[in-house]
Write a protein that binds this ligand. Structure first.
Ligand SMILES: [Zn+2]
Length: 502
């Protein structure tokens, strides 16, 4: 109680002293994208990352990109800092791990989308590590190195790839496809569209090469059960888990055509209602017991339960690139733009699907399953970074405490990527991937939204929140600066394409 009272008092003092130049005013301020030798974040409340309660206020000291001290006045001793962030009234948490994303340089054909647009949006949303699940591997590997060397402004990159599908014919060719992926530098494999015999070969070769695996299971011969048995590292989305819990197969109507995305996505929204509830619980218990992680990507399908909401999000005005705006227009030729004749009936079914899906995810978590957060943005009205913050909000809706939700996005993500010994916690000796949040995200996860959100400050309703600083490898990136650059990129692209504000 006393700590809380002191903290509240410090907030009041900070607010009233905001325009007074105190001793803090002589500190060298952190500068956007400038590498400091010693960075001190002063007077912060800390969300550690593994779901233990927040604590503080403390200083967080970073030397050469590594957290070297966390404690009251920890920044007071030792050599002077060459960059200081005053975090009074703010919360510091680990940088977030997006375990399912794609890099895009174009969405609508012929309308380029600068890659920096996506990088800025992710960083400004607090993403410091991004796992791409399928893309242009050679390009992503180059960006991975440039991000590692800090020659570009970007989250840290992990590159998973799909082994060449064209060669998946004989067992030898399948093995060769996996070896080729490894030789090309893949950090792991994304698997989809495999029959059981093919999957057995892929998994045995991946294990032999030490490649982690994840899967997007469609409606096919294999389900989550096959992947769990064969030791997959993680499962994306929801389909294969629901499919493993059906009595028989899903009750598709006679005119079902899987190529037609309206059919495909509308019927996907009926899957969990048709699944056997006992089998659903059993399959995720098996998954948890075998150590298979789940990146549910709840946010990427959300338009299916309320397309009007998805089409009218307020941040499109300043931040929606026209390449994506055009791509998202309902059109069965564009993956994920299946809202052609979408109606209330489909949405009602999807809402029911979500309730069961979320309960299943919660059951998985209660049985010790490792849950991570991915946004899969760039499709289905999900904007990079905004989608990840929405993912956190939906994890709360699924029944998780905000502390647990932040653990999903930080500690768990790092653990899934095999980086849990250096990322995902505000811990001495760990890499300084840190966020300085304007306010307490445990009180409202929406504070992480890079466009900010409604907050009450000094009795006034105003736009606040947002990630003030995203620190990656000890380098601070200023959220509002990143977002101002995004606004300029969008405005310029609108001028070039002759599109107007949506
Ligand atoms: Zn994806």
């Amino acid at each position: 109680m006393r700590t809380l009272a002191l903290f509240v008092l410090s907030l009041v003092l900070a607010a009233s002293a905001a325009f007074v130049q105190g001793p803090a005013g002589q500190d060298p301020a952190a500068l956007h994208a400038r590498t400091p030798r010693r960075l001190v974040i002063r007077n912060a409340m800390v969300i550690y990352g593994n779901a233990k309660p927040a604590f503080g206020p403390v200083d967080v000291v970073v030397d050469a990109g590594v957290i070297t001290a966390v404690g009251p006045r920890a920044g007071a001793g030792g050599p002077p800092a060459d960059a200081v962030i005053d975090a009074t009234g703010k919360y510091v948490m680990p940088g977030m791990v997006n375990t399912h994303m794609h890099w895009h340089e174009e969405r609508a054909p012929g309308v380029p989308q600068p890659i920096q647009y996506e990088r800025n949006l992710y960083l400004a949303s607090g993403v410091t590590t991004a796992r791409e699940l399928g893309g242009n591997l050679a390009k992503t590997k180059r960006w991975q190195k440039e991000s590692h060397d800090h020659t570009i402004i970007s989250p840290r990159i992990i590159a998973f790839t799909r082994p060449s599908m064209g060669k998946l014919l004989t067992p030898d060719e399948i093995r060769q496809g996996v070896r080729d992926a490894k030789a090309a530098g893949a950090d792991g494999l994304k698997l989809m569209f495999l029959d059981r015999d093919q999957l057995e070969v892929v998994m045995s070769e991946a294990k032999a090469l030490g490649l982690p695996t994840t899967t997007h299971i469609g409606v096919e011969e294999t389900t989550a059960k096959d992947y769990i048995e064969l030791g997959v590292t993680s499962i994306e989305h929801f389909y294969g888990i629901g499919d493993a819990a059906l009595d028989g197969i899903q009750n598709f109507p006679a005119d079902m055509n899987y190529t037609n995305e309206f059919h495909r996505f509308a019927r996907a929204g009926e899957l969990y209602a048709q699944a056997n509830p006992d089998k659903l619980r059993a399959i995720v218990e098996l998954m948890a017991s075998k150590g298979v992680a789940w990146s549910p990507t709840l946010s990427i399908y959300e338009a299916s339960r309320d397309v009007t909401r998805a089409q009218t999000l307020p941040w499109y005005r300043d931040y929606l690139h026209p390449s994506m705006e055009l791509y998202w227009k309902p059109n069965l030729d564009n993956h994920g733009s299946y809202f052609v004749g979408w109606g209330n009936t489909q949405e009602v079914r999807w809402r029911k699907n979500y309730r069961i899906w979320m309960d299943t995810l919660r059951h998985f978590g209660l049985h010790g399953g490792l849950i991570t957060t991915g946004d899969d943005a760039g499709y289905i009205y999900s904007l990079y970074g905004f989608g990840l913050v929405r993912e956190l909000e939906l994890h709360e809706e699924a029944g998780f405490h905000p502390l647990e939700v932040i653990a999903h996005a930080t500690t768990n993500g790092a653990q899934l990527l095999g980086l849990g010994d250096r990322l995902g916690k505000v811990r001495v000796g760990f890499t300084a991937d840190l966020l300085v949040v304007n306010g307490n995200p445990l009180d409202n996860l929406r504070l992480l939204n890079p466009a900010g959100t409604d907050v009450v400050l000094n009795g006034q309703l105003t736009c606040g929140g947002g990630v003030e600083w995203t620190i990656k490898d000890g380098i601070p990136y200023h959220g509002p600066t990143l977002m101002a650059e995004v606004r300029e990129m969008v405005a310029e692209a609108r001028r070039k394409t002759g599109t107007t504000t949506p």
